[in-house]
Write a protein that binds this ligand. Structure first.
Ligand code: SAH
Length: 258
């Protein structure tokens, strides 16, 4: 027989904080943050968003770094479950959307396994925020009818099969790909993609320090190195990255018709 818990379980909210700009939070996320008593957050969550929490809220950072994991995923899961089983309402705040490369799925599973109620609040994922801020449509009737999101970190890069995800008429968005930009460019070119395919790198999308950098696929490694691109940054590969040029071509075509 299982022992009776001391109190009713609380709840875990897996909340997407969007790409940075606090104005891009959902109303539900903003309401939850503003009345939170406990927030467990990633390093990617913008300080301006954390500042929306009441001064009395307990803030626990579980920031991850590529080389240094401050808290293993298992420990994070255990923390969420422990706090909720003690009757607390936990706001688990994540950059972007909790279910896009955010390990939200693992945290939701851990909660369900422990009998902790869990609810998910979607957020604007980095790809969507970057595309809007840089005015680069991920799909375009003239340029792309397929869009794929992939994770570009070292682990697993060589096992991934990206054939068919990039090329003419397709947009490929790479999360966590700055450190492996060179390997990514080499792999895609080896897979048959044109070295001339347009590429954009959006660093700090939707934040005051946002930079939008453009190159060809072959020029991507150089661009990342010379511009000293830092995380968080997203790489977009496809004709949609050449949108201003497309606009120019269209304008010229219209002029020629006139
Ligand atoms: N759950 C998040 C992604 C987490 S993975 C989401 O839905 O957006 C972390 C990666 O997201 C970073 O390495 C970077 O590639 C991307 N990223 C997150 N915020 C970003 C931002 N403001 N600008 C550019 N890229 C961002």
């Amino acid at each position: 027989m299982s022992s009776t818990p001391l109190s009713q379980p609380g709840k875990v909210w897996l909340v997407g904080a969007g790409p940075g700009d606090p104005d891009l939070l959902t109303l539900r996320a903003a309401r939850l943050i503003m009345r939170a008593s406990l927030i467990v957050h990633d390093g990617l969550v913008d300080p301006a968003i954390l500042a929306m929490a009441p001064p009395s809220a307990r803030m626990i950072s579980v920031a991850k770094h590529r080389a240094r994991h401050t808290m293993q995923q298992g420990e994070i899961n255990a923390l969420l479950v422990r706090e909720a089983l003690a009757g607390r309402e936990v706001i688990r705040l994540k950059g972007g959307d909790p279910f896009i490369f955010g390990r939200g799925g693992e945290e939701a599973e851990a909660c369900r396994a422990a009998g902790v109620p869990v609810e998910v609040v979607p957020g604007i994922s980095a790809a969507i925020g970057a595309a809007a801020a840089a005015q680069m449509p991920l799909t375009h009737r003239n340029a792309a009818s397929v869009v794929s999101f992939v994770a570009g970190q070292c682990k697993g890069l060589s096992d991934q099969n990206w054939a068919g995800l990039a090329g003419v008429g397709r947009t490929l968005v790479i999360y966590m790909g700055v450190a492996t930009a060179e390997a990514i460019a080499e792999k895609l070119i080896a897979d048959g993609l044109s070295p001339e395919m347009p590429v954009a790198v959006v660093e700090n999308a939707t934040r005051p320090a946002m930079r939008v950098l453009r190159a060809s696929l072959a020029g991507l490694p150089d661009l990342v190195a010379t511009a000293k691109v830092k995380s968080p940054a997203i790489i977009i590969i496809g004709e949609v990255c050449a949108a201003p040029e497309l606009e120019t071509l269209r304008a010229l075509a219209l002029e020629a018709q006139a």
